[in-house]
Design a protein around this ligand. Structure first.
Ligand code: SME
Length: 175
Protein backbone atom coordinates (compact mmCIF):
# COMPACT_ATOMS: atom_id res chain seq x y z
CA UNK A 1 0.00 0.00 0.00
CA UNK A 2 1.38 3.42 -0.93
CA UNK A 3 1.69 6.44 1.35
CA UNK A 4 -1.54 7.94 0.02
CA UNK A 5 -3.50 4.78 0.74
CA UNK A 6 -2.06 4.58 4.25
CA UNK A 7 -3.08 8.19 4.87
CA UNK A 8 -6.56 7.39 3.58
CA UNK A 9 -6.91 4.47 5.99
CA UNK A 10 -5.67 6.60 8.89
CA UNK A 11 -8.24 9.29 8.02
CA UNK A 12 -10.98 6.66 8.01
CA UNK A 13 -9.89 5.21 11.34
CA UNK A 14 -9.80 8.66 12.88
CA UNK A 15 -13.28 9.42 11.55
CA UNK A 16 -14.65 6.21 13.00
CA UNK A 17 -12.94 6.77 16.35
CA UNK A 18 -14.66 10.15 16.53
CA UNK A 19 -18.09 8.70 15.64
CA UNK A 20 -20.60 7.95 18.36
CA UNK A 21 -23.23 6.22 16.25
CA UNK A 22 -23.44 3.89 13.32
CA UNK A 23 -25.05 6.67 11.26
CA UNK A 24 -22.19 9.05 12.00
CA UNK A 25 -19.57 6.42 11.17
CA UNK A 26 -21.24 5.75 7.83
CA UNK A 27 -21.46 9.46 7.03
CA UNK A 28 -17.82 10.09 7.88
CA UNK A 29 -16.70 7.08 5.87
CA UNK A 30 -18.66 8.17 2.79
CA UNK A 31 -17.18 11.67 3.13
CA UNK A 32 -13.62 10.34 3.43
CA UNK A 33 -14.03 8.04 0.43
CA UNK A 34 -15.57 10.78 -1.72
CA UNK A 35 -12.81 13.21 -0.75
CA UNK A 36 -10.10 10.66 -1.60
CA UNK A 37 -10.69 10.71 -5.36
CA UNK A 38 -12.30 13.32 -7.63
CA UNK A 39 -13.46 10.52 -9.94
CA UNK A 40 -15.81 9.10 -7.29
CA UNK A 41 -18.76 11.17 -8.52
CA UNK A 42 -21.40 9.34 -6.49
CA UNK A 43 -20.42 7.63 -3.26
CA UNK A 44 -22.84 5.89 -0.95
CA UNK A 45 -23.49 3.17 1.60
CA UNK A 46 -26.48 0.82 1.58
CA UNK A 47 -27.49 -1.27 4.58
CA UNK A 48 -29.22 -4.62 4.25
CA UNK A 49 -32.70 -4.67 5.77
CA UNK A 50 -34.44 -7.99 5.22
CA UNK A 51 -34.21 -8.65 1.50
CA UNK A 52 -33.58 -5.03 0.53
CA UNK A 53 -30.58 -2.71 0.44
CA UNK A 54 -31.57 0.62 1.93
CA UNK A 55 -29.58 3.77 1.21
CA UNK A 56 -27.96 5.04 4.43
CA UNK A 57 -25.89 7.95 3.09
CA UNK A 58 -24.89 9.37 -0.28
CA UNK A 59 -22.77 12.16 -1.72
CA UNK A 60 -23.51 13.11 -5.32
CA UNK A 61 -26.63 13.56 -7.41
CA UNK A 62 -29.43 11.91 -5.42
CA UNK A 63 -30.02 8.41 -6.75
CA UNK A 64 -33.55 7.22 -7.51
CA UNK A 65 -32.54 3.82 -6.09
CA UNK A 66 -33.11 4.39 -2.37
CA UNK A 67 -34.16 0.75 -1.80
CA UNK A 68 -32.80 -2.07 -3.95
CA UNK A 69 -34.17 -5.62 -3.70
CA UNK A 70 -31.41 -8.22 -3.43
CA UNK A 71 -32.36 -9.74 -6.77
CA UNK A 72 -31.80 -6.46 -8.65
CA UNK A 73 -28.87 -4.43 -9.91
CA UNK A 74 -25.14 -4.69 -9.52
CA UNK A 75 -25.76 -3.78 -5.88
CA UNK A 76 -28.06 -6.77 -5.38
CA UNK A 77 -25.54 -9.10 -7.04
CA UNK A 78 -22.63 -7.95 -4.85
CA UNK A 79 -24.67 -8.43 -1.66
CA UNK A 80 -26.08 -11.81 -2.76
CA UNK A 81 -22.70 -13.16 -3.78
CA UNK A 82 -20.78 -11.42 -0.98
CA UNK A 83 -18.04 -10.29 -3.35
CA UNK A 84 -16.69 -7.03 -4.76
CA UNK A 85 -17.96 -6.23 -8.24
CA UNK A 86 -16.09 -3.82 -10.52
CA UNK A 87 -17.86 -2.81 -13.73
CA UNK A 88 -15.71 -0.89 -16.22
CA UNK A 89 -18.64 -0.12 -18.54
CA UNK A 90 -22.02 -0.05 -16.81
CA UNK A 91 -23.88 0.13 -20.13
CA UNK A 92 -22.46 -3.25 -21.10
CA UNK A 93 -23.75 -4.89 -17.89
CA UNK A 94 -27.36 -6.10 -18.08
CA UNK A 95 -27.65 -6.01 -14.26
CA UNK A 96 -27.01 -2.25 -14.13
CA UNK A 97 -29.66 0.03 -12.59
CA UNK A 98 -29.00 3.56 -13.82
CA UNK A 99 -28.32 6.18 -11.20
CA UNK A 100 -27.29 9.12 -13.41
CA UNK A 101 -26.94 9.46 -17.18
CA UNK A 102 -23.27 10.38 -16.75
CA UNK A 103 -22.21 7.23 -14.89
CA UNK A 104 -19.78 5.02 -16.81
CA UNK A 105 -18.21 2.69 -14.26
CA UNK A 106 -19.04 1.37 -10.81
CA UNK A 107 -17.57 -0.53 -7.86
CA UNK A 108 -19.62 -2.25 -5.18
CA UNK A 109 -17.90 -3.68 -2.10
CA UNK A 110 -19.93 -5.69 0.43
CA UNK A 111 -19.81 -4.88 4.15
CA UNK A 112 -19.40 -8.19 5.96
CA UNK A 113 -19.06 -9.24 9.58
CA UNK A 114 -18.62 -12.86 10.59
CA UNK A 115 -19.89 -14.08 7.24
CA UNK A 116 -23.01 -11.91 7.50
CA UNK A 117 -23.73 -9.23 4.87
CA UNK A 118 -24.44 -5.88 6.55
CA UNK A 119 -24.67 -3.78 3.39
CA UNK A 120 -22.23 -2.32 0.90
CA UNK A 121 -20.18 0.62 -0.28
CA UNK A 122 -21.19 1.72 -3.78
CA UNK A 123 -19.22 4.18 -5.94
CA UNK A 124 -20.08 5.45 -9.41
CA UNK A 125 -17.73 7.33 -11.72
CA UNK A 126 -18.42 9.33 -14.85
CA UNK A 127 -15.18 7.94 -16.25
CA UNK A 128 -14.98 4.62 -18.06
CA UNK A 129 -12.99 2.02 -16.03
CA UNK A 130 -12.25 4.47 -13.22
CA UNK A 131 -11.61 1.77 -10.61
CA UNK A 132 -8.08 0.34 -10.59
CA UNK A 133 -6.84 -2.59 -8.48
CA UNK A 134 -5.47 0.03 -6.06
CA UNK A 135 -8.92 1.64 -5.76
CA UNK A 136 -10.39 -1.74 -5.08
CA UNK A 137 -7.82 -2.50 -2.39
CA UNK A 138 -8.49 0.83 -0.65
CA UNK A 139 -12.27 0.51 -0.77
CA UNK A 140 -12.11 -3.07 0.48
CA UNK A 141 -9.95 -1.88 3.40
CA UNK A 142 -12.53 0.86 4.07
CA UNK A 143 -15.32 -1.73 3.94
CA UNK A 144 -13.53 -3.94 6.48
CA UNK A 145 -13.13 -1.00 8.89
CA UNK A 146 -16.72 0.19 8.47
CA UNK A 147 -18.09 -3.36 8.86
CA UNK A 148 -16.27 -3.78 12.16
CA UNK A 149 -17.57 -0.42 13.31
CA UNK A 150 -21.20 -1.04 12.34
CA UNK A 151 -21.27 -4.51 13.85
CA UNK A 152 -20.09 -3.11 17.19
CA UNK A 153 -23.17 -0.88 17.20
CA UNK A 154 -25.73 -3.35 15.94
CA UNK A 155 -24.16 -6.03 18.14
CA UNK A 156 -24.00 -9.68 17.26
CA UNK A 157 -27.44 -11.30 17.30
CA UNK A 158 -26.60 -14.50 19.26
CA UNK A 159 -27.29 -14.08 22.99
CA UNK A 160 -24.15 -16.00 23.89
CA UNK A 161 -21.96 -13.18 22.60
CA UNK A 162 -20.08 -10.77 24.83
CA UNK A 163 -21.31 -7.20 25.33
CA UNK A 164 -20.12 -4.83 22.59
CA UNK A 165 -17.02 -2.74 23.52
CA UNK A 166 -18.93 0.52 23.87
CA UNK A 167 -21.22 -1.04 26.51
CA UNK A 168 -18.18 -2.17 28.49
CA UNK A 169 -16.52 1.21 28.13
CA UNK A 170 -19.63 3.02 29.33
CA UNK A 171 -20.27 0.56 32.13
CA UNK A 172 -18.16 2.11 34.87
CA UNK A 173 -17.55 0.41 38.20
CA UNK A 174 -19.92 -1.85 39.99
CA UNK A 175 -21.84 -2.99 36.92
N1 SME B 1 -26.09 1.14 -10.18
C1 SME B 1 -26.57 0.41 -9.03
C2 SME B 1 -27.74 1.12 -8.40
C3 SME B 1 -27.37 2.11 -7.38
S1 SME B 1 -26.89 3.62 -8.01
O1 SME B 1 -25.67 3.41 -8.78
C4 SME B 1 -26.52 4.65 -6.83
C5 SME B 1 -26.94 -1.00 -9.43
O2 SME B 1 -26.89 -1.34 -10.60
O3 SME B 1 -27.30 -1.78 -8.55
Amino acid sequence: MGAEAILFIETLKEGLRASSSSTEGIRRTVEAIRASNPLYHWTGVYLLEGSELVLAHEIGKPTPHRRIPLDRGICGAAAREGVTIVVDDVHADPRYLACTLETRSEIVVPLKAGGRILGEIDIDSDRHAAFTPEDRERIEAAAALLSGFISRFSGPVPQTSAAPPRARAAGGEGR
